[in-house]
Ligand binder design. Structure first.
Ligand SMILES: C[S@@+](CC[C@H](N)C(=O)[O-])C[C@H]1O[C@@H](n2cnc3c(N)ncnc32)[C@H](O)[C@@H]1O
Length: 370
């Protein structure tokens, strides 16, 4: 039985800081007992006799340190994932974002997509299935779907393409029939989908800025969902800057809901759809503004620059329209704001108060319509 007390508080805090610096992951107080057990486990595995020596190993820039970080990250990361996770975001991808990209890229037929923090592959493979459905002339396209993750064990699982029923919590039976072969409760992904996705074992915090990695650039779409919830704020900021550089102009970034809360998003335009906020790289370089089809779409609120410069006019006009989709979009917009933000145009109600009102109203509408 490991004794977590053999790691004193000061050293444990130093480990917590080192892990955040290395990976961006913030180990919260309630997780620290489990962390000390993992540290002691790894310390024994590499045959070191004290946590202090193990700290020295991690803090050195040696091949052994590099190797050990990979082993430790397998224990520290949460790799929970499933196919088509977040039905709303996948509906938005299927109905708007991917069709818009396909239309925009008709000329050179090149599409580059990254699933950042892809875990065991459910997310990039779901994207591959969507594209297979949306692109009848798939073989004419130069398609890249890159899954990257710090956890090499998760990536090894991804490369087997074999899943358990738990990975299919919300998946259409038709999709399962078309793309998986089921034997003994194991779901084997169709090789034609597997070959659409490549994987790289990378640390978003360290490797993304590596200019020599030619794969990590000019993305049309980056999905980074359920990753930043584990990150400390300064690490999110660094990764966002790298995402900005890794995106093509007009490229999209989708995160989990409210994962960018409190971040400076000046570099991006936030497109608020009822299903989700979608960030877009907007810059002057050679962009033909006429080629921004999403801007003319109904039921969507573009917010200029950052969410911090919330355009209250947009919010008020969305709320005034008695259209559920617009109200849902307004709700998404409000959820991105600090809860105490007062909205002068709405009688100085705070974002939190407006959210409560809107959610109650939308629930009542839902109840009536069912
Ligand atoms: C909870 S999973 C999310 C998987 C998938 N995106 C989804 O939403 O279902 C988080 C993933 O992020 C990865 N991750 C955490 N920190 C990372 C980092 N610094 N660089 C790359 N991947 C990281 C973890 O290894 C894990 O596989």
């Amino acid at each position: 039985m490991l004794n977590s007390l053999s790691l004193n508080e000061e050293l444990l805090s130093a480990f917590v800081r080192l892990i955040a610096k290395h990976s961006g992951i913030e180990i919260r107080e309630r997780e620290q007992t489990a962390l000390s057990e993992k540290i002691l486990l790894r310390m024994k595995a590499v045959k070191l006799d004290s946590p202090a020596n193990y700290y020295q190993l991690l803090n050195s820039s040696t091949p052994n340190s590099y190797k050990e970080w990979k082993s430790l990250m397998i224990l520290i990361t949460n790799v929970e994932s499933f196919f088509f996770r977040d039905t709303d975001q996948f509906a938005l991808l299927r109905d708007r974002i991917l069709p818009e990209l396909i239309q925009r890229k008709q000329n050179n037929k090149t599409l580059r997509i990254c699933s950042a923090g892809c875990s065991s592959g459910e997310e990039p493979y779901s994207l591959a299935i969507l594209l297979k459905e949306l692109l009848p002339e798939l073989e004419q396209w130069n398609l890249t779907i890159l899954g990257i993750d710090i956890n090499q064990e998760a990536l090894q699982k991804a490369q087997t393409g074999i899943y358990r029923p738990w990975s299919f919590r919300r998946v259409d039976v038709d999709i399962i029939k078309r793309y998986f072969r089921v034997t003994n409760n194991h779901y084997h992904l169709n090789p034609s989908i597997m070959q659409m996705v490549k994987f790289q074992n990378l640390n978003l915090l360290e490797n993304l800025s590596n200019q020599s990695n030619l794969e990590l650039r000019e993305f049309d779409l980056i999905l980074c969902r359920n990753v930043f919830i584990y990150f400390e704020s300064s690490a999110i900021e660094k990764v966002l800057n790298q995402f900005y550089k890794a995106l093509q102009p007009l490229g999209y970034l989708i995160t989990g809901h409210a994962e960018l809360y409190g971040q400076n998003l000046n570099q991006f335009q936030a497109n608020v759809f009822p299903e989700s906020v979608v960030y877009q790289r907007i810059d002057g370089d050679g962009i033909d503004t006429a080629r921004r089809p999403l801007h003319s779409e109904a039921n969507y609120l573009p917010t200029k620059n950052s969410l911090w410069e919330l355009n209250q006019g947009d919010l008020v006009s969305a709320l005034e329209k008695s259209n559920v989709k617009m109200q849902q979009a307004a709700l998404n917009l409000l959820k991105q704001l600090p809860p105490g933000t007062q909205i002068p145009k709405l009688g100085n109600l705070t974002a939190a108060e407006l959210i409560a009102q809107l959610e109650t109203a939308l629930q009542a509408i839902n109840r009536e319509s069912t």
